[in-house]
Ligand binder design. Structure first.
Ligand code: ADP
Ligand code: G6P
Length: 365
């Protein structure tokens, strides 16, 4: 008997794609913060961070996070032999990934491999029991058609090259003591495979969070412009917008109500096309000084999928020290987390209704 998955509940599966070092662990923290529940696995060290985690899998009563690096076909030594990078689909076992996503979605337990980031080895597999929400995060959640078709919602974290370099410098140089040359060389080495196999997945995603350098000041290399691109027509997902749906809006919030450091803050919202798909975009360029004041922006947003006014600001405050909490990265990640919660609640309500109807029909027969 599976305690984690209530009878009749089909897990919903969410794909989160991004390059490593692009904010996936931070997003997972925002997501688990909103879902609540006790986190059983390790949290906060970063997926793939050295530090000796026994497992890459994060679990709570409600949520399981599976890191797709566990489906690497070869270990680090094996990749030296093939000469291929971990980004190359040939270095990943999509047949097994598909089998296991499918089994989990059917409520079955799987024995999932573990890729050990410290040693670069494939360790003894671990048993994964399905929970109501399963997050598949990593380099290739949308690459394989069979896997992609099983995903209920897909998110791509699209960090522009300049921003990616800045974040890598911050982490690998300032925190891990790597040299600038080695960081640039590793980015360069990954780029062809990144462009060929990871980046194309953004076109297939339901939501894309784009992180770009600011447009407010050409000299400013630190401030971010963040765009949340939301596809229209995704089942159980209504995009968020500012003020009025369908309108294109540029908004400079009153500095009295939302104070911001130079170069200021600007929002935008409106319909757009993204690789031929109709989308609704919400954009924030710039930083804010005081997280409490975010409630002013929250009051102008519709379809945030919050349960009460102020919940968005509260969720941001709960993780005030996480990267991006003073700008659009934190805001858009939090909006994505609320959208996923809403999707889960809608799907589980539909499942409960279907079950009740079939029970009633059985009783009548
Ligand atoms: P991943 O799990 O994809 O490897 P993390 O969430 O651990 O990424 O983030 C990696 C690093 O990138 C962080 O330690 C931080 O330095 C930087 N970073 C991530 N998100 C942001 C952000 N929104 N703003 C600034 N820096 C960030
Ligand atoms: C990517 C993958 C990791 C992999 C790393 C380096 O970041 O997400 O799983 O370990 O590439 O691969 P390497 O072949 O250098 O061990």
């Amino acid at each position: 008997l599976n305690m984690a998955l209530p009878e009749g509940v089909t897990p919903i599966i969410i794909g989160v794609a991004a390059d490593s070092g692009c904010g996936k662990s931070t997003f997972m923290r925002r997501l688990t913060n909103i879902f609540g529940g006790d986190v059983v696995g390790p949290l906060g060290g970063g997926f793939g961070a050295p530090g000796g985690w026994e497992t890459n899998t994060l679990v709570s009563d409600l949520t399981t996070v599976i890191c797709l690096d566990d489906y690497h076909l070869n270990d680090r030594n094996g990749r030296k032999v093939t000469g291929l990078t971990a980004l190359n689909p040939l270095e990943n076992n999509f047949d097994l990934m598909y089998e296991q996503v499918k089994a989990l979605k059917e409520g079955k337990t799987v024995s999932k491999p573990i890729y050990n980031h410290v040693n670069g080895t494939l360790d003894t597999p671990e048993t994964i029991e399905p929970t109501p929400i399963i997050i598949f995060e990593g380099l290739h959640p949308m690459h394989d058609d069979r896997v992609r078709d099983l995903l209920d919602f897909t998110l791509y974290l699209d960090i522009s090259p300049d921003v990616k370099l800045n974040w890598k410098i911050q982490r690998d140089m300032e925190e891990r003591g790597h040299s600038l040359e080695s960081i640039m060389a590793s980015i360069e080495a990954r780029k062809p495979d990144f462009d060929a196999y990871i980046d194309p997945q953004k076109k297939l995603s339901d939501m894309i969070i784009e992180v770009l350098p600011t447009n407010l000041d050409k000299e400013d290399k630190k401030t971010l412009r963040v765009r949340c691109i939301q596809k229209e027509g995704v089942p159980d997902f209504a995009p968020c917008y500012l003020f009025d749906s369908g309108s294109t809006i540029e908004w400079t919030p009153s500095p009295e109500k939302l104070s911001s450091p130079a170069p200021g803050i600007k929002l935008m919202s409106g319909p757009e096309e993204y690789f031929g798909s109709k989308c609704q975009v919400v954009e924030m360029d710039g930083n804010f000084d005081n997280l409490q004041e975010l409630v002013y922006i929250e009051s102008a947003l519709s379809n945030t999928k919050t349960k009460f006014y102020g919940e968005l600001t509260q969720a941001m405050l709960a993780l005030a020290d996480a990267p991006g909490s003073n700008n659009g990265t934190g805001l858009m990640q939090t909006l994505a987390a609320f959208a996923i919660r809403d999707l889960y609640e809608k799907k589980s309500a539909q499942a409960a209704k279907a079950k009740k109807e079939s029970t009633t029909a059985a009783a009548a027969a």
